[in-house]
Design a protein around this ligand. Sequence first.
Ligand SMILES: [Zn+2]
Length: 550
Amino acid sequence: MYLVSVETVKIKDFIFNTNKLKTIRGASFLLDYLNQVVVNEILNKNGVKKEDILYVAAGNAKFYCENKEIAQNIEFEIREAYNNFAPDSKLAISYIDSGSEKIWDAMDKLAKETNITKNKGFSKINLDLPFIEKCNICCDNPVQIKKENFNENLEKYVKNFEPYLEKENSKENINEKLKTLNDRYKIAYQIFDNDKVKGICPSCFAKYIAANLIKDDFQGIGFYSEFKKEFKDEFKPVDSLEEYELKKSFIGFMYSDGDSVGEFLKNAKDNFEDENKYKEFIKNFSQILDKYTKSSLIEVLKELREEKKLDEHFGEFLIVGGDDVCAVFPGHIVMEISRRFQKKFNSKMKDYYKTCNFKIKGSNITSSSGVIIAKAKTPMYYLFDQSLILQKNAKKKRYETYENKNVDLKNGFIDFQVIGSEGTVNIGDFRRGVNNLIQRPYSIEKMDFCENIDGLLCLIENLKTSNFPKNKLRMYYDLKCEIEKNPNKSMENLFELINTIVKLDSEQKELILTWIGKENLSNSHEDTLKNILKNIFDVIELYDFVGGSK
Ligand SMILES: [Zn+2]
């Protein structure tokens, strides 16, 4: 038997190479469609048995087939389909002769093979010649489609779908839907008139078409389809974030990723002797991971909807599946969404982990997330890059927290950053300057020695409900800065800080004392006092983005 791996690589380049919400949405749909419909159909056509498919999920596929010829043929057909449906998408396909090797050894060997393939890189023909007209959407690829040849290109593109239309549904019906796409959604008008594009490349063209297929809930593919089951007609796609009613305000970009998936799988194989049982386990696991990611997000959105904390236009789902959630929400609610999502996901995965009953404990999968709050006009790829930096911070914190510690179950973390009107920020430089004023990243679950996100968000909500004056928080912040910057005068500034707190009215003083964690300030040691309000900047930065109000 041959063991084959198909991975979609450079997914983020494919999705975020334009700043248009429509094409981003379409790109994401195309990858889901290729993975869920096209790859499955190609495997089926090539006689791959259901029980030999380990998984087809989140852009990847792993399966056994009879021999090398079949593996090669499958590779050819999958590459051709990706090329036709989603020009410019990248694949890493590799296979090995698994011979008499045990499934876990074969999978290790294949993983190494896949890494070699990935490290070879993915060449791109450089057509950076001045006389070649560039696509008006991605500003990168040469123009191939213009108003004049739009219809023939659309007809040709739509033909790609023919072999993959659901057999149980009436094929004619869907075919009809595809043929009338342009009439119903005026795609040519969208591109050439509305978006004032002169020429477009095949990749962006495909994404535009796919974006319109989402409106049709085409073959029930992708997260939007599941979302629509719950929220029906509340899905009202817009073309750019600036079109949101929250035009002038802030948007929140959330990027959550599963922690220690690799470690989990590595530990898993030591618990199996029966190859078939391991096969079952792998199949089951990839479905559970995907299901819990999607259901956790849906449940959170439903909750917030019921609590009337979310507007109708409330989200853009860029990547939701596997262990990833990359999505845009209104700025005032994104922290709450991420916090609740992570908590739900972690708890579901912990329950699942307990049922696995592994010999080695502590390799449960959790979510770590990076949240960026920024002006709606900030470019998407920038939001993505910055949220990735924050997500990595959160993961690093998780790693450091558990390094050399034996625990049965681990927790997840969250990091965040507000990018104000300046539009850009170097997160690393910024953090060095405010070391003793922020405590990010925060833990999702309550733990010893870690600041917990519930505590921070709850504190801010309490400050807001009690109408705590924002200028006083600013003053505390300034004094704290002075104490850090100016050690000679630190006693003086510390005294002033304590003095202003002591003078607060009793309700507000109570709040600050709870925050500080001291019942009485007067008999505390100087060094302890220097450490109070050490997350003051976290509070100030998130102040306007917590508590559900806009
Ligand atoms: Zn393009």
